[in-house]
Design a protein around this ligand. Structure first.
Ligand code: NAD
Length: 331
């Protein structure tokens, strides 16, 4: 099948080419998928997209007119897809539900450790010949309380790692799981988690219910000096409220791998440009904030698994008319 791959980077190409050696025709497109670029899928039966590609009604209407029957996501999250519109247009949506939750969990813990021990600041200081320790004081993770919001694949992996550090792990999820309970995680209401945690780490999907879950009210419940980590989806956090929380000292450390307006910024080299997003730029002025550009998934193991499952979704659709991991409004 001809597959149009949007938002392609060299690393996508490397892993997808290897996975698709069985005779698919791949059309790599660097552009982000929008209503304006959707026509670039002309000739393709399937379209492959990433997290910031917009699979909305207008895009799906164009796909229908071009004869595209399948959209495969190179991601687990599907908040960028209008599933009701896909159903109306008769286009199947498929995703990669689990590629490497450990990749995301390990990056989450890397943010925690870097922020706690000020590794980001120490790196810059030592290179300048500054070996002073003032301002680098950290705290032991051992004995601290970590609140995990969303204990699916990634959240469970984070909980497991944090119990290894000797942390008490609290969790909030609309569907608690036994794997977490078995490792000693205690499920509590969200308000309790926010009030008792030294570190709050977010691992729920972005849905209408979780949009701005961490807003001014939620921050007001948190411990003074709390560390907040978001490697899930940017809009789960109200960034302006978080900026206020940092200025007041309620949030003592902030680690973000995702940002609600990231589509205009992430995955491209903008180092020669003036960044016009004042909220994002304000975040970068704080010494206790560490931002990475949506790279938590970015390990060789994860890219391999994403490419393999993406091609398996296309193969299954080509032979049976059903993708392996179809996403519907009921998912
Ligand atoms: P998952 O589906 O396995 O787990 C999500 C969990 O969140 C489930 O247990 C679910 O019950 C829970 N949940 C749903 N709604 C909730 C709510 N309102 N409140 C609390 N919990 C709720 O997903 P996962 O594989 O663990 O991934 C978690 C998120 O991480 C994804 O949704 C995705 O947005 C994000 N992610 C980010 C990266 C990255 O590179 N930064 C990579 C992969 C996934």
């Amino acid at each position: 099948m001809e597959i149009a791959v949007f938002s392609t980077k060299s690393y996508d190409r490397r892993f997808i080419d290897a996975a698709a050696s069985k005779g698919h025709s791949l059309h790599y497109i660097e552009a982000l998928l929008t209503a304006d670029t959707a026509v670039l899928a002309r000739g393709a039966g399937a379209v492959c997209v990433f997290v910031n590609d917009q699979v909305d009604d207008a895009v799906l209407a164009t796909f229908t007119s071009l004869g595209v029957r399948l959209v495969v996501l190179r991601s687990a999250g599907f908040n960028n897809v209008d599933l009701a519109a896909a159903r109306r247009h008769g286009i199947v949506i498929a995703r990669v539900p689990a590629y490497s939750p450990e990749a995301v969990a390990e990056h989450t813990v890397a943010l925690m450790l870097s922020l706690d021990r000020n590794i980001h600041r120490a790196y810059a200081r030592v290179r300048e010949g500054n070996f002073a320790l003032e301002g680098l004081l950290g705290f032991n993770l051992h004995g601290r309380t970590v609140g995990v919001v969303g204990t699916g694949r990634v959240g469970t992996s984070v909980a497991r790692i944090m119990t290894g550090f000797g942390c008490k792990v609290l969790a909030y999820d609309i569907m608690p799981n036994t794997a977490c309970r078995e490792i000693g995680v205690e499920y509590v209401p969200l308000a309790t988690l926010l009030e008792q945690s030294d570190i709050v780490t977010l691992h729920c999907p972005l849905t209408p219910e979780t949009r701005h879950l961490i807003d001014a009210d939620a921050i007001a419940r948190m411990k003074h000096g709390v560390m907040v980590i978001n490697t899930s989806r940017g809009a789960i956090v109200d960034t302006k409220a978080v900026v206020d929380g940092i200025k007041s000292g309620t949030i003592g450390h902030l680690g973000l791998d995702v940002y609600e307006e990231e589509a205009a910024l992430f995955f491209d080299d903008k180092s020669d440009e003036v960044i016009r997003d004042d909220v994002f730029e304000r975040l970068l002025t704080f010494p206790n904030v560490l931002v990475t550009g949506h790279q938590a998934f970015f390990t060789a193991e994860a890219l391999q698994a994403i490419a393999d499952t993406t091609i398996a979704n296309v193969d299954a659709f080509a032979t049976t008319g059903k993708a392996l991991y179809e996403v519907t409004e009921a998912t």
